[in-house]
Design a protein around this ligand. Structure first.
Ligand SMILES: NC(=O)c1ccc[n+]([C@@H]2O[C@H](COP(=O)([O-])OP(=O)(O)OC[C@H]3O[C@@H](n4cnc5c(N)ncnc54)[C@H](O)[C@@H]3O)[C@@H](O)[C@H]2O)c1
Length: 271
């Protein structure tokens, strides 16, 4: 008997790093998976992988920032599987490391759209189904929600909002037995973060936590599995840190690199 036997889960961003691994691991535990992503090719690849391993999965194209698209995602899930037990808000936007003066507002807003409006809309449309099943919501936030970082005014702020959303939903939907929790991963070298931030960044990040290691997709998938299963029945509004202990460490490891790229004319940094 799997830990998610006969359950139905929507995993947004399941065409990518963490989300694909969640789809595989949830499926091994008996869960039917709706792979929800705007990337058709990678989303379908995840479905193939789940099916090859003997699981049941369906691809639904979604833009999590879009009202009609997220509504359709939930409708397609009900049409195919008849219910919804688990929503994982994993789709996210990562990348830019610029200080506040050098970042354009046009660069800032997409973080709020994908990382805040996205989970809000998915919960908004999934809530009427989740209350029927006493479902679970897992929001993938980030250690950046708790730690100030150089260049974090867009991404960090957006992930901080994910925690606030989690607390509010834990109260609102807790009334109906729905639980809502967050996972806060540390940096992981997923294909997309390697493309956006490079290998050197990830090497440096290792020195930012007591374990001197990065997070992996498996770490995030297993933490999410715990929160999606009945094993976490007393947890709601929780921040589950998968950060290799980074929250107890203070280390300006990325400062030199940051200073090189964000120069204020006529001003010299103090250190
Ligand atoms: N990788 C890390 O270092 C790290 C660390 C902490 C938190 N996180 C968070 O974990 C989550 C997953 O990270 P990842 O590294 O696996 O990301 P990724 O970029 O590899 O995958 C994200 C997936 O989301 C999809 N997506 C993006 N915007 C979308 C939209 N508007 N609608 C639908 N789908 C969309 C992409 O197509 C992609 O398949 C994100 O929320 C990210 O912020 C990642």
């Amino acid at each position: 008997m799997g830990r998610l036997e006969e359950k139905v889960a929507i995993i947004t961003g399941a065409g990518g790093g963490f989300g694909r691994r969640m789809a595989e691991i949830f499926s091994q535990e008996g869960c039917k998976i709706v792979v929800a992503d705007f990337d058709v090719e990678n989303g379908k690849k995840t479905v193939e992988k789940v099916k090859e391993a003997g699981g049941d999965a369906l691809f639904v194209q979604v833009d999590v920032t879009d009202d009609a698209s997220t509504k359709n995602m939930v409708a397609k899930t009900i049409e195919a599987y008849g219910k919804l037990d688990i929503l994982v808000n994993n789709a996210g936007k990562q990348g830019v490391k610029k200080d506040i003066a050098h970042m354009e507002v046009e660069e800032m807003m997409p973080y709020l759209y994908v990382n805040v409006r996205g989970p809000w809309l998915c919960i908004h449309h999934a809530a009427p189904e989740l209350v029927k099943t006493k479902g679970k919501i897992v929001n993938i936030a980030s250690i950046a929600a708790l730690q100030g970082s150089y260049g974090g005014t867009a991404y960090g702020v957006s992930k901080g909002a994910v925690l606030s959303l989690t607390y509010a939903i834990a109260n609102e939907l807790g009334l109906y037995g729905v639980r809502c929790n967050s996972v806060l991963p540390y940096s992981a070298a997923t294909p997309e973060t390697l493309r956006l931030l490079g290998e050197e960044f990830h090497e440096l990040r290792k020195s930012g936590n007591p374990l001197h290691q990065l997070c992996t997709a498996d770490d995030v998938a297993y933490a999410s599995l715990f929160l999606a299963s009945d094993e976490s029945r007393s947890c709601t509004g929780l921040n589950l840190l998968c950060d290799c202990g980074a929250h107890v460490r203070s280390c300006p490891f990325d400062l030199q690199d940051f200073k090189k790229n964000n120069v204020y004319e006529g001003a010299t940094p103090l250190y």
